[in-house]
Design a protein around this ligand. Structure first.
Ligand code: ADP
Ligand code: ADP
Length: 232
């Protein structure tokens, strides 16, 4: 079914059982929305995404999709609903096409190619990450950071997820490829809920809702403009 809400209700989390990483974090996301979580390095942003992905469960509180605790969802169900684009992408010694298929091993060639087209990586689908072309056997050039992130985007959309998580997905790129990859992200995230994390508030202009986190707590939330007004 359609996801209409994603909520954190007073979620606390610790990796080691003693240090608090998240402290009673509450988030209310009506779907589809573009939500940004902004905060300094180490404030708990990636951890929030890991809890949405159901990699970990809260120590206390609840992460809920349509009111249902994530603990009650199966792994396959979560994988179909939610996918993440990481900051840096791990590639295998295989063609771009097979690397994209890692997002959904049962995907047909047609599905992989559609995802590659949507992510604007289709022209190099037969290339290998180290620059060797699977048809020609040699030649080509090393994949750029932007191309690698496009592979990650294609992987992430193979399941046609309703929720996409972006973990600083463009922050390792040079300014020109960042602009280009952000354009692709805008296109492929249309109609989906996006939860994107960043340390840079200027990245939040496009967001419907911004949460500011510091040291594992939500300290402010609102539109980008309302946060600027509050700070100014
Ligand atoms: P951010 O994404 O905002 O940089 P993280 O969620 O990665 O923050 O990290 C929040 C805190 O949790 C940091 O103090 C970090 O060192 C710690 N942390 C992150 N991942 C782990 C882990 N796998 N094991 C133990 N501590 C971790
Ligand atoms: P980010 O800030 O982008 O989340 P980090 O550089 O904080 O990344 O962390 C990189 C990796 O190291 C992550 O997989 C994270 O889970 C892990 N990590 C971070 N802090 C710790 C920690 N204190 N103990 C163990 N693993 C950690």
């Amino acid at each position: 079914g359609k996801v209409s809400s994603l909520r954190f209700d007073e979620v606390s989390f610790s990796y080691d059982g003693s240090t608090s990483t998240l402290d009673k974090v509450s988030l209310t996301i009506d779907c589809p929305r573009r939500v940004m979580v902004v905060g300094p390095s180490g404030s708990g942003k990636s951890t929030i995404l890991r809890l949405i992905e159901n990699q970990f469960s809260p120590g206390s509180g609840h992460v809920r999709v349509n009111g249902v605790d994530m603990r009650l969802l199966g792994e396959e169900q979560v994988r179909q609903l939610i996918s993440l684009v990481p900051q840096e992408t791990i590639l295998f010694q295989a063609s771009v096409r097979e690397n994209i298929r890692m997002g959904k091993l049962k995907a047909t060639d047609a599905e992989v190619e559609a995802a590659a087209k949507a992510a604007d990586i289709h022209p190099i689908i037969m290339s290998l990450p180290d620059g060797y072309d699977t048809d020609v056997g040699e030649g080509g050039s090393k994949l750029s950071g932007g191309q690698r992130q496009r592979i990650a985007i294609a992987r992430a959309i193979l399941h046609d997820p309703q929720i996409m998580l972006l973990d600083e997905a463009t922050s390792a790129l040079d300014p020109a490829s960042r602009v280009a990859v952000e354009e692709t992200l805008r296109k492929v995230t249309q109609g989906r809920t996006v939860v994107a994390v960043t340390h840079d508030l200027t990245q939040c202009e496009q967001a419907d809702l911004v949460y500011v986190v510091k040291a594992g707590r939500v300290v402010e939330s609102g539109t980008h403009q309302s946060l600027l007004d509050a700070d100014g």
